[in-house]
Structure formats: structure tokens, C-alpha cells
Design a protein around this ligand. Sequence first.
Ligand code: TK8
Length: 338
Amino acid sequence: FRKLLLATGIAAALLAPVAAATTASAQDVKSRIIRFGYGLSENSNQGRAVKFFVEEVSKRSGGKLKVKGFGDSSLGSDMQMQNTLIGGAQEMMVGSTATLVGVVKDFGVYDLPFLFNNEKEADAVLDGPFGEKLMKALDDKGLVGLVYWENGFRNLTNSKRPITKVEDMGGIKLRVMQNPVYIDMFNSFGANAVPLAFSELFTAMETGTVDGQENPVTTIQSSKFYEVQKYLTISRHVYSPWIMLASKRWWDGLSADEKKILKDAAVASRDFERKDSREASAQSVAYLKEKGMQINELSPAELERMREMVKPAFDKYAADGGAEVLKDLQAAIAAARK
Ligand code: TK8
């Protein structure tokens, strides 16, 4: 028995250094504060996933890496934060891919309408070689793309009238993200597209500067757009990703262990966020109805008409230097469908 104890003791001693090497204390991890900005409220799918990331990083770093979440665009709009990250004055953020077009033009490709049929296709393409390659292109521009989260399929809201056919969009001042693809798309539907930062959107609707906007139902709920918008039209016109970004300038100064912790926590947060968003999304329509929104779904025939009407926007995108990335994305989606 003593021999056994001894043997166990030796085995434990032999194993000890291995175990220690995998705990945070033996890792090359400094105490750091990481400012992480985002646009939606704490009480949103985005806020919940940031909280998850904060906890995950803390756990994996033995409390040394302290991520501090700043919601409600309190560190700036998506575009402002991107620039702050590039400059190195903020460490991390999550935001729309759409506003990255000023940094890497090819990001606009995700915004072309009716590309993805469902979330499963989006996951496969974003997490696969196509999504990775596009993220890599940020490296030269001062940003590190870590993972894609789900913002979701976008739907229309407005304060003027129910939209049951494309013509109903006529003349509606519709806020869109600051991205030429959105501007072209909604102008071709007859709306009056107004590019605006998300941080300014609620007030713009409240004061009537714009009549409507488009976002996933989860955001329409968490940002309380139902308080200023009467009509919701389920159109699912674009699948919108969010992207988690780090400042390259800051990232390059991290140890390999620190990078691994952040990268692994980012992947875990992505899986959490997608699941949570999908669950929340399934509840949102009923919630919005209860809040008094009048809701309708666009018919397949009407969606088909919209597809036809936006063909020129695709052609313009291709002619404007996007032909290759569009072809690659369509091929990736086709592969995901098999
Ligand atoms: C939040 C935005 C938002 C996006 C938009 O910062 O701007 O409409 O859908 O989620 O990134």
C-alpha cells in the first residue's frame, strides 16, 4: 500500500509541472485592462455575448485579462471605434461588417441582398475559408478579425404604413448603414436611403428625421424601436454578420498565450452568441406584436420582385471591383448548400 502511495506520489510529482504549465499562472499573461466597445444595449444579444466573453477571458487567464464592456455606443459608433482600434487607443470591439467597407472594400459583399437562405449556410461560409480570408485582409489595415457573430436577417420597420409590396417603400426616408450597397439597394426599391450611424438612429426616428430603418427583430426589440415604429415587415433581405475586432497595434504586443486565450474565448463567445440570438429571435416577433407593432410578412412573389429589382445593384457592385469576391462568395454559398 505504501508502495502504491509512493508510486502515486511520484506520478503526481511528474504530472505536476505539466498541469502547472496549463494553468494561467504559468502562462505568459500580464495583467491587462481590455476596453471592448459595442453598439447595442447591455440587455441585448450583443450585450449578453460580450458579458460571456468577459467571463470566459477572465476564467481562462486566471483573472489577469480584464475585459471591460462598453455598450450603447458609449465608446463611439461602429465606424468611430474601428478607427480608434486602428489608432491603438481602444483594444477591442464588436460591430457590423457593413461599416468596414471603408477599411476593406470587399466587406460590402455580405450586404448584397438575398444571398443566404438560412443561418446554417451563413455559419458555414463565415467560419470557412471565405470568411477567414476576408478577415485576414484586415491585418494590413490595422485590425485583427477574430470571429463572426450573428446580427441576423434584417427586416424593415417604419412609422408610415404597412409594406406589403415594394411600391409601399416609395418615398420612405429609410435609415441604412453607412455603406453604398445598402444605399443602392433601398434606392432601387424606391425608398429614400439615408446613411446614418446606429448610435443616432433612435433619435432620428423619434424626431422624424427618418421614417424607418432595417435590422434584425432582436435589435428592434432590445433597442426599443417599437416605441417609435408602428410597422414591421418581415423581409429577411440581408443576413448581417457582426465581427469581433482587435486593434492590430495592441494585438501585436500580446504574448502567444494571451492571443490564444482571447482567440479561444472569442470562438466560445461566437457559439454562445449564435445560439442565444437564435433563441431570442424566435421570441421577438410575439414580443413586438404585444408591444403594439403591426406585423406582416412579405409574400414569396413580392420577394421575387425585389430580387429582380436589385439586380442592377449586383451588377454595379461587380463592375465596381467586386466581381471576384462576389463570385467567391456565391461559390462558397453553393458549396455550403450541398
Ligand atoms: C450596432 C450596429 C447594428 C447594425 C446597424 O452598433 O448599424 O444597423 O445592425 O447592429 O452594428
